[in-house]
Ligand binder design. Sequence first.
Ligand code: AMP
Length: 294
Amino acid sequence: MSADHRTQSGRSSMKVVPTVSEMRLCSEAEKKAGKTIGLVPTMGKLHEGHLSLIRKAKEECDTIVVSLFVNPIQFSPNEDFRNYPRDFDKDKALAEKSGVDFLFCPVQDELYPSGFQTRIDLPGLADKLCGKSRPIHFSGVATVVMKLFQIVCPTKSYFGEKDYQQLLVIKRLVKDLDVNTEVTGCPIVRDSHGVALSSRNAYLTPQEKVSARSLNASLSLAQSLMDSGERNISVIKKKMRETICGKPHTHIEYISICDPETLEELDRIEDKALAALAVRLGKARLIDNRLLST
Ligand code: AMP
């Protein structure tokens, strides 16, 4: 099965892999053939943010596996699992055009057959920031990503810094459970107005899209305030809050200035700090963040 999906002309055609057993065989064959494997886990509805991860993986690895799976166990019952944007045909076309070798797209029963009950918990990191309003979220993420690691055995794996807390959770998981993969964080891709790309941006009305610019604007303001010598966290947060609240339809869930490693809230900024936020805008819950430097 190794690389037999590649034509003799060297052009590659992507293989769509729906089952765990087949994905395992494909990965084993690639490894046996001496190939390094780069894994990019996604929930689909691919955009430039996802494609930037794929490009990074292609720079560094021989074989690229993209997983496409809307993971039910990371959504609470009141969240948008059922309505989460899905477009398999477009995702497949985009992945193929981007030079992906294997598109792993299992159905729900394939990853969670009847009787499945294991969960991975990271009580320190997963309870902070988004974990406060999404109590099962990171356990669901850690569990599915661990399964992907077990199935694909990637040499390297790629995650976006847009989901900064998720990236920390995955790095911790890899360290704690001795997973043999190198985790790479990739920079946030934004549109021309500074809005971080997200599959959930599809929920936004045109007016909400304009309001969404205030998230990055408030993060940039935080850095500007730091640049002008401001170190009072309450003052910085207040000004960030005003930037967002000034726009219609915005409901701030949290604004945090915290330690970039532990996500503990900071009282004062001495060195590096992470500004992170979650804002509800109509049907969308958007997150964004920026590392602040002194
Ligand atoms: P998702 O499909 O939303 O679960 O995202 C899959 C991966 O793409 C995650 O590692 C995300 O952090 C990453 N990602 C999503 N949006 C962006 C973005 N705007 N810039 C960089 N990475 C992103």
